[in-house]
Design a protein around this ligand. Sequence first.
Ligand code: D5M
Ligand code: FE
Ligand code: ZN
Length: 579
Amino acid sequence: MPLESNARIAKALAERGYNAEREAVTLLAGATDPTAAIAATVDRAPDEALRITADHVREAIDHTDKSAAPPDETGQSPVETKGSSATEPGATETVADPVTTDGASAMDVDTGAASDPATADAPTVDPGTADPPTADPATADSPTADPATTDSPTADPATADSPTVDSATAADTSRDLDLRDLEVGNDMTGRSTGTGEYSDFVTTFRDRYERLSKVLRGRVNHRPAEAIANMPGGGDAAMIGLVNDVRSTKSGHWLVELEDTTGTFPALVMKDKGLADVVDEILLDECVAVEGTLADDAGILFADSLHFPDVPRTHNPGGADRHVQAALISDVHVGSDEFMADAWHSFADWLHTPEADPVEYILLAGDMVEGVGVYPDQDEELDIVDIYEQYEAFAEHLKEVPADTEIVMIPGNHDAVRLAEPQPGFNDEIRAIMDVHDARIVSNPATVSVEGVEVLMYHGVSLDEVIAELPEEKASYDEPHKAMYQLLKKRHVAPQFGGHTRVAPEERDYLVIEDVPDVFHTGHVHKLGWGKYHNVLAVNSGCWQAQTDFQKSVNIDPDAGYAPILDLDTLDMTVRKFS
Ligand code: D5M
Ligand code: FE
Ligand code: ZN
């Protein structure tokens, strides 16, 4: 990649200890000899300067120019504008092929909890095409890839925005850091108390029950298991509990056993009650409510209805009060042979263009690096075999991102933290390596409030489990956002215990979705998908890793090199393609 690329310039300045204004970077990228221009700028910058400004660059270039060549006769700035790398041959086709949600309506699709899954939401990922995250043209509400509505830098290299030194460019390149507002909540880093004892699990499940039963309490007039067992038979009763067991009976009904703090109680869901669809969605250990009639001997509850804690349909999401955006990405997998460095460079380069000016935040939902020993024979596909070197390489890639971008990172299952969830943020050694752009490193999951938008970040390991357990139409790799809807419905990011997803006992169940988020951001399955569930935008990022041999063997066809860009003011999404 040539030094002319904005990202490389920013990195070169960062290596010399400088932050840089975006316009300064653009000017340097457009200089006749960027290497010399950087040297001159750094040389002439005031000693106390921490940030290279456009004026520093102009002054340095002016000075170099005056001492080396006659003044430019046109009277224009002597900076030659060659165009950013986004407009250079070779880079053009790799940058920004935006798929936009066509206005708010495209994203307003509300797939009701019990609504017909066939009519469910718009942005589908078509596994049959080479360009996976295209909208389904047959669905009227789908976000369509309409190039006319977007300002694609691929449009015409000749007219595409070559950086000029006029004031218009200068005006839109300065970001007002004072307008930013980023707060992290629910970070459990440093608060792990679990010792792995049995009693710790009891505490975690009690907390889960306490907090989720609260959500259900308003909806049913429930009694504890112990009290129900002592009630006279034949009357109405309701119970809230964690699901202990679900079995189908010989006659095609289902037996659902619930547990609360006083004991367990069985509910029988008869096949003619029209609840098959609901029973299909039940996962072990999640919190549900059952309402029905007690058998004459009060030994079993005949269920009439079943409720999940769910997200209220009245949820009213917040929004930024200015036009500002966040890139929601994950699964970079630096260190893997298949890490797509070129796609990442294109993304980082794009972030330096005026078009990406509103992208002031990057949320990274885990799997920063490929890690070591994550799956059998992984070492055969490693480009970097040392985990620390992987993080060092990742940090270098992060430096390509504009220095004034706010970054929030949570770990994933490939990262160097404990595998069991909740995963604390990285240890000090790894933090020191990734000490780039003052990134906020928090636990998985974590909640982040970005300019009034509440984002729940979770890496997504339980999505594999939800996809494996539920019927295809409710959760699949091709529509990962639907699996996310299920987690929202259960108000828990990893309901099922003891299966694929490892859960660590803590005094609090950090995996409960206590407050309804405005945006739910996950990754892990390496599939791009997004949609709205009861006004909550669910976004699963793709990845920056091409298909590994391992993924080939298990039939995973990743969506690699896409960056979903979220408008924080409207909660509209645009997906940009960099591969
Ligand atoms: O996960 C990328 C995807 O690969 C995700 O959907 C899980 C899947 N995966 C990972 N490991 C396995 C095993 N052992 N069997 C089946 N599927 C798997 P990532 O976290 O990036 O590896
Ligand atoms: Fe991953
Ligand atoms: Zn993962």
